[in-house]
Design a protein around this ligand. Sequence first.
Ligand SMILES: NC(=O)c1ccc[n+]([C@@H]2O[C@H](COP(=O)([O-])OP(=O)(O)OC[C@H]3O[C@@H](n4cnc5c(N)ncnc54)[C@H](OP(=O)(O)O)[C@@H]3O)[C@@H](O)[C@H]2O)c1
Length: 289
Amino acid sequence: MAALEGKICVVTGATSGIGLVTAEHLGAMGARLVLVGRDTAKGEAALLRVRRRAPRVQAEIHYADLARLEDVRRLGAALAAALPRVDVLVNNAGAIFRRRDVTRDGLERTYALNHMAYFLLTALLKERLAAAAPSRIVSVASEAHRGATLDFDDLQGARHYSGWTAYQRSKLCNILFTRELARRLQGTGITANCLHPGFVASGFGDNNDGAFRVALSIAKRLFAISEEKGAATTVYLASSPEVQDTNGLYFKGCRPAFPSAAAQDDGAARRLWEESARLAGLSPPRRVC
Ligand SMILES: NC(=O)c1ccc[n+]([C@@H]2O[C@H](COP(=O)([O-])OP(=O)(O)OC[C@H]3O[C@@H](n4cnc5c(N)ncnc54)[C@H](OP(=O)(O)O)[C@@H]3O)[C@@H](O)[C@H]2O)c1
């Protein structure tokens, strides 16, 4: 029997790059795929691709702009209503924005998409993940977190903004989020881990323009690994029996790795959680986990 036969896997950012290749692999392992995208044409193309790789795969796609809390709430409610359980949630959709932009929720776009969507979608699917236990939450972070610290007085980069710094901080958030989530999930049968995929020749950064985009595309051509290789650690964490009980770790090249000291700060992880719950409107009395 294939490794993921009968398992339901939700993958965000599944219409291109690392997410699409991840979905292809999980589908080929027998999973029922629930893809999340934001563009219908790309969504249809992604469905065709996963079906080409695994002709018998059961696959569907849902659409949401994950930078908008309202869309994440609508998506979470739709998935929770449609799915009996979620065996694997892959939080993968992310981007870098050279220019600062604020969403209609008043959140800086990098923070909203790269961190708040992971946080809120996970919270909204928690009961479905519990119904599937043992189940897994896999969040795509990055080595870019190194050198970053969180400024809790300016999480939205209102006082000072650099696209790279905002991206670094959002990836630090992914690791701190995983750390605190894993602590809260102990004993539930749900695990949470995160990873660095490598420097990957995906569409990453292509939403920007000017010298930034040119420099990034040259760097990708010279130094980046393929999307296929870039998806390997996500696929490993989503499917391997070796990590069935592993909880709260950061992986690189399918092995546990130490993230930066700032990413191991339990106080910062707790504070980020509380601030994210407040921003998402999930503060007490409703508990997230
Ligand atoms: N590439 C790297 O070197 C690298 C390194 C470390 C970490 N990462 C992380 O890997 C993850 C995947 O990135 P990638 O390299 O595969 O980049 P990518 O090819 O640009 O894919 C990003 C995915 O996120 C989706 N997305 C972007 N904005 C969205 C929004 N507002 N709402 C919903 N979906 C949205 C994109 O949708 P569309 O298909 O519609 O564009 C796409 O499917 C990200 O979290 C990134 O931070 C990448």
